[in-house]
Ligand binder design. Structure first.
Ligand SMILES: Nc1ncnc2c1ncn2[C@@H]1O[C@H](COP(=O)(O)OP(=O)(O)O)[C@@H](O)[C@H]1O
Ligand SMILES: [Mg+2]
Length: 504
């Protein structure tokens, strides 16, 4: 007696088909799962046995073998319970085995035969759709699966309702695709930030061109405040971006009721975060903060407080837009195209610029503090801005700045200019921050005066090749913000003002 059906295994964001083969044969009675199962998969025997018992079914006193093929792929997670249980039900003749071949199944069983939610249902559903198959999953994940398009989804509360469905006793209704309500970003508004005009301008450039930004300033200058307001001036996710973001959150098991995400991600991990938490991986491979921030913002507050190896591990994903997680026998890739916003105090005490408050070690402490961050990481940040301390007089005057909605309109227009240019060029990038190499030289070539200024600055500040390109990229964005076709000397001059700051 034999039956087979499909489930999936997750390899980063890639999904591969796993064939679940169930056989009941004569021989020594027992229940075995083979095909590189990890502990959670191995334990599924006990959950399946109990779930059957809860439904009043008992497993035959014979030899039950479950093979998960291909045998050389490590099987991780608890979602193998459901396909194993369905395979067994088919072998026992409780449900017809031919209909099972039209589905991909995944879900975790509770001891009372209820189906518990699991991660990764959206990518699994998209995979099932590509195989022209339907999907069987827990009810709680149904709305997530419905986003895979034209696909037959069976989202069941428990094993019994699936049996009833296949027997035609009670047909399951298809789940509804649901969207997250648009969270109101207006709770925090740029208008609340008093003074700090340079930093606000840098924040707008950052948002317009998708650049990385570093803010340096004494405690209480408004760094965290400004970073929190970036999400409010960025355009909403496009439908394809929303699907990508939702897929990563689904794999991480962080999707709220399976709703499609609409708000641009803003992740602000604490500086005690470990390397796997930030870039992904760990015992059971999961996307890290940098992938959860894909298509959005990764905010690292108090940058030098992060562990040095953790920060160094961010360099590669920041450059390539992908986080690669190495396991014993495979490499997984998660998308990680983020905008990095970092904030730091100039030194440990934070009051370097104020001799009356700075510590006795100033300015040497500043050098020590800043040297915790490597040059190559600084090099990946296009804009560096210094925030002065905010005076009591500034704080007591009423807010007069621009509202976030106004800035958001300008950001949207600047992004449209870039979108048009890059699609006309036929390249895949959409934002100036991602332009590099020859295309950048072509689109950001300054006029004669700008060229002269850039040459002078390169010699005076000893700009590295990377630093030079950074200036060009930022200048291109400031030109786009004013709708200027060519990059002028004023744009170069402003871009030069955001180059790396050295203290001490
Ligand atoms: N520019 C500012 N305008 C208005 N309030 C400010 C400003 N800067 C700081 N504050 C006040 O000080 C608090 C701390 O600011 P925060 O952004 O956390 O400073 P930082 O991150 O630079 O240490 C804020 O919650 C806010 O109430
Ligand atoms: Mg802060």
């Amino acid at each position: 007696m034999f039956s087979r059906l499909n489930t999936v295994s997750f390899q980063g964001v890639d999904v591969i088909t796993i064939d679940v083969q169930v056989q009941i044969s004569s021989g020594m009675p027992g229940f075995m799962v083979v095909g590189l199962p990890d502990k959670a998969v191995g334990e599924s025997r006990e959950r399946v046995r109990s779930a059957f018992h809860a439904m009043g079914l008992s497993l035959p006193y014979r030899r039950i073998t479950v093979n998960l093929a291909p045998a050389d792929v490590q099987k991780e997670g608890s979602h193998y319970d459901l396909p194993i249980a369905l395979g067994l039900l088919a072998v026992l003749g409780v449900i017809p085995s031919d209909v099972l071949s039209e589905y991909v199944a995944l879900g975790e069983l509770a001891l009372d035969s209820r189906l518990a939610p699991i991660s990764g249902v959206l990518p699994a559903a998209l995979h099932a759709a590509s195989l022209n198959k339907g999907l069987i999953c827990p009810k709680a994940c149904g709305s997530e699966a419905a986003w895979a398009g034209d696909i037959n989804v069976l989202a069941a509360e428990n094993l019994l309702s699936l049996i009833n469905h296949f027997k035609g006793i009670q047909i399951l209704s298809p789940p509804e695709a649901r969207m997250e309500e648009e969270t109101v970003q207006k709770i925090v508004d740029l208008r609340d930030v008093k003074g700090q005009e340079t930093a606000k301008r840098a924040l707008e450039i950052t948002a317009s061109g998708g650049h990385n930004l570093l803010m340096v300033g004494p405690p209480g200058a408004g760094k965290s405040m400004l970073a929190a307001r970036l999400a409010g001036i960025l355009p909403p996710l496009t439908p394809s971006e929303a699907l990508e973001v939702t897929m990563i959150h689904s794999l991480a098991g962080q999707l709220n009721e399976g709703k499609l995400l609409r708000t641009r991600p803003f992740r602000d991990p604490h500086h005690s975060a470990s390397m796997p938490a930030l870039v992904g991986g760990g015992l059971r491979a999961k996307p890290g903060e940098i992938s959860l921030a894909h298509n959005g913002v990764l905010f690292l507050d108090e940058l030098p407080e992060f562990a040095r190896p953790t920060l160094e591990a961010l360099r590669q994903p920041l450059e390539s837009g992908k986080a690669v997680v190495s396991r014993a026998n495979a490499h997984f890739t998660y998308p990680a195209r983020v905008q990095l916003i970092a904030a730091m105090n100039p030194c440990r005490c934070g009051y370097l610029s104020d001799p009356s408050r700075s510590c006795a070690r100033a300015p040497k402490c500043a050098l020590d503090y800043q040297s915790k961050i490597s040059g190559p990481l600084f090099d990946r940040i296009d804009l560096h801005v210094e925030l002065p301390e905010i005076s009591a007089a500034d704080l007591t005057t009423p807010a007069t700045g621009e509202y976030s909605s106004l800035v958001a309109d300008r950001v949207k227009r600047a992004r449209e200019v870039q979108e048009q240019r890059y699609s006309a060029l036929g390249v895949t990038i959409r934002l100036n921050a991602h332009a590099d190499g020859e295309p950048l030289d072509g689109i950001a070539a300054p006029d004669e005066e700008g060229q002269a200024l850039l040459k002078q600055a390169t010699e005076k500040f000893k700009l590295s090749a990377r630093g030079y390109r950074r200036v060009l990229r930022v200048a291109r964005t400031t030109a786009d913000m004013t709708g200027s076709e060519s990059v002028l000397a004023t744009h170069i001059a402003e871009a030069l003002s955001y180059r790396r700051i050295y203290f001490g």
